[in-house]
Ligand binder design. Structure first.
Ligand code: HEC
Length: 175
């Protein structure tokens, strides 16, 4: 059937192909190694790291370029905030009585979900802490993102100026 030469050639071809495959695999791995480099089982720093900016990226929600909240809040305008508050009035009173939402007089600095007699959602109750201007800023940007499951069905104030102004207004109301 086959003569010795044919068998040898076929065997050689298979071995050669295997060798090239192994070499190629090894070459590719050393070029495109995605695992962290390890020496004696310990991770070592890569020779160089491509900076994708991920580490320095701002927290979610503040990604939009532009002035940050503290800068805007420093020159916030409470009288403009009173107009913005028009969007909140259907649910929030500022005379110390609760409505669809809890009353908001003295809310700046007040403990989160602390108005007696108001039936808060579990989502808001577990937030904890106080309503600092920064905390209010995050909440008002997107209540649902801040406290998933909240009862406050309000889309949020996308403009940082609106948030700063309304927080300045709420602050001016005092307790
Ligand atoms: C559709 C009704 C509705 C609108 C509009 C609304 N809210 Fe609320 N708000 C609620 C409800 C309900 C809660 C309680 C949320 C919970 O328990 O999850 C709440 C909670 C809050 C809280 C937390 C209070 C606390 O005691 O912890 C703040 C602050 C707040 N709202 C501010 C605002 C501001 C400012 C606006 C306008 C920009 C606004 N809300 C618009 C219904 C509303």
């Amino acid at each position: 059937m086959f003569d010795t030469m044919t068998v040898t050639k076929a065997g050689g071809a298979v071995c050669g192909a295997l060798l090239i495959f192994l070499l190629g695999n090894w070459g590719a791995e050393s070029l495109y190694n995605t695992e962290p480099a390890k020496v004696h089982g310990e991770e070592v720093a890569q020779a160089y790291t491509i900076d994708t900016g991920a580490a320095a990226a701002p927290a979610a929600g503040t990604a939009a370029a532009g002035p940050d909240f503290a800068t805007v809040f420093a020159k916030a305008d409470a009288s403009k905030g009173e107009q913005v508050f028009g969007k909140c009035k259907s649910c929030h009173k500022i005379d110390g009585t609760n409505s669809t939402g809890p009353h908001l007089n003295g809310v700046v600095g007040r403990a989160v979900a602390s108005v007696a007699g108001f039936n808060y959602s579990d989502a808001l109750k577990k937030v904890g802490g106080d309503w600092s201007p920064e905390q209010l800023d995050k909440w008002l940007e997107s209540p649902k993102a801040f406290a998933p499951g909240t009862k406050m069905s309000f889309a949020g104030l996308p403009k940082v100026e609106d948030r700063a102004d309304v927080i300045a207004y709420l602050k001016s109301l005092g307790g």
